[in-house]
Design a protein around this ligand. Structure first.
Ligand code: ASP
Ligand code: MG
Length: 421
């Protein structure tokens, strides 16, 4: 059976995790596997930082770069205690390439980002490939940039689906190996310029490859027992969702659950490929399953919290009622600014929207439409979204502070609250 596995940053963050990954792969020796791996630990964040420093011509860039090299060196040192030089020549070459590319500050930011931040994945798969070979797990290490062809929207590249599927199928059928190891998050344009698919893009990579190969399933290996109905850091009583439908997963993601990106769900839904979220800590525990099965949707309420929200109310200065023309105009402006609205409410005289706070947002809005609209805003708010709420839950959450906006549908309750400290 053909399965696509995805190991995220946390599942390859140190030598111990990489060994654990090897053990998991060994347990699936009767399956054909495509294994998608992210950059190690928080490498992508660090690369973003190095890129910023390099572009600001800061001498700090070298230090942070050296720290990142050091972090990887420790992992390599532990994995290859007996043969420390195994992956060294290849890695030295990659680190050097990365350094050279960091200097290409003449590039536009987004393009420069993709040419450099992509090295996190190239380096991690190189290390892991050497390690798997060392422990006798035969596989083919493929550069995903030869498979996933994208447009040239740097930092948010979109795959050319048909072309990609043809590449992937060909590579997979030609490979003599049962396991194909490759990078998440990255791709390339048709003229071989490296692109990235957006933060957390490795899940999407797994979905693209599964879609291309009509895989039997996708498994995302995580440090949590599966999909949870709340962030366990915030709700210690968070529970596991055994199974939810594709639509429910998309709804949860839409409201800001860091479940799985909707981009990842769509291609799988189109081909009815189930997605499992499974614990790499307890790999024998049953996973959470996202599939076409809706039977357990709503079995548990789901809690999504977004902090640091700004709520903005706009009211026409000319005393007119807020009609369709105003809405059309205002949403045009929101789109132009790139505002991503989480809740909105319309009344006779005003439109209220709630979104992530950004320092310059009020200023920009006032500048653009302040002469025609009276603008009021509140910051430091929290947006609670509860799917499948009960009356009791609604009451409990209303006690969290001053409720500035409430919106309900049959399935979803949203509260914008100034949380009392
Ligand atoms: N390494 C990338 C990130 O941290 C992609 C991923 O892990 O999914 O965003
Ligand atoms: Mg990740």
């Amino acid at each position: 059976v053909l399965k696509v596995f995805k190991f995220g940053g946390a599942s390859v963050k140190d030598a111990c995790s990489v060994r654990n990954m090897g053990d998991i792969l060994r347990a699936y020796e009767n399956d054909d596997l495509v294994v998608v791996v992210s950059a190690m630990g928080k490498t992508t964040n660090t690369l973003e930082k190095i890129l910023r420093l390099s572009r600001a011509a800061s001498t700090e860039a070298t230090n942070v770069y050296e720290q990142l090299v050091g972090y990887h060196r420790i992992i390599v040192g532990e994995l290859f205690k007996d043969a420390p030089n195994t992956p060294a020549p290849e890695l030295t070459k990659l680190w050097q390439e990365l350094w050279d590319k960091l200097q290409m500050t003449h590039l536009a930011y987004d393009e420069h980002y993709d040419q450099t931040v992509s090295y996190g994945e190239l380096i991690s798969t190189t290390i892991i490939s050497h390690y798997l070979r060392k422990i006798g797990i035969e596989h083919q290490h493929v550069d995903v940039r030869k498979l996933i062809t994208t447009n040239n929207k740097f930092r948010a590249a979109e795959p050319e689906w048909e072309l990609t599927a043809a590449n992937v199928k060909l590579a997979f059928t030609q490979s003599a190996q049962r396991i194909m190891l490759t990078q998440g998050f990255i791709g390339a344009t048709s003229n071989r310029r490296t692109t990235t698919l957006g933060r957390e893009g490795s899940d999407f990579t797994a979905a693209i490859l599964a879609w291309s190969l009509d895989a039997a399933e996708v498994v995302i290996w995580k440090d949590v027992p599966g999909l949870l109905n709340a962030d366990p850091k915030r709700f210690p009583q968070a529970e596991k969702l055994n199974k939810i439908s594709y639509s429910e997963a998309i709804e949860l993601a839409y409201y800001g659950a860091t479940v799985i990106h909707p981009k990842t769900i769509k291609p799988l839904e189109n081909k009815r490929i189930p997605l499992k979220v499974q614990s790499f800590v307890n790999p024998l525990d049953p996973p959470s399953i996202i599939s076409g099965d809706r039977s357990e949707d709503g079995a548990l309420p789901c809690f999504i919290v977004k902090e640091n929200q700004i709520m903005i109310s706009l009211r026409p200065r000319d005393f007119s009622l807020l009609n369709e023309w105003h809405l059309h105009y205002l949403f045009g402006v929101f789109d132009q600014i790139g505002m991503n609205i989480h809740v909105m409410q319309v009344s006779a005289r005003s439109l209220t929207v709630c979104l992530d706070f950004e320092e310059r947002l009020p200023e920009i809005i006032i500048q653009m439409i302040g002469s025609n609209y009276e603008i009021r805003y509140n910051t430091a708010l929290t947006l609670f979204t509860i799917r499948h709420y009960t009356e009791q839950i609604a009451l409990d959450f209303a006690k969290k502070g001053e409720v500035l906006l409430e919106q309900r549908s049959r399935t979803t309750l949203q509260l914008v609250v100034r949380v009392s400290s």
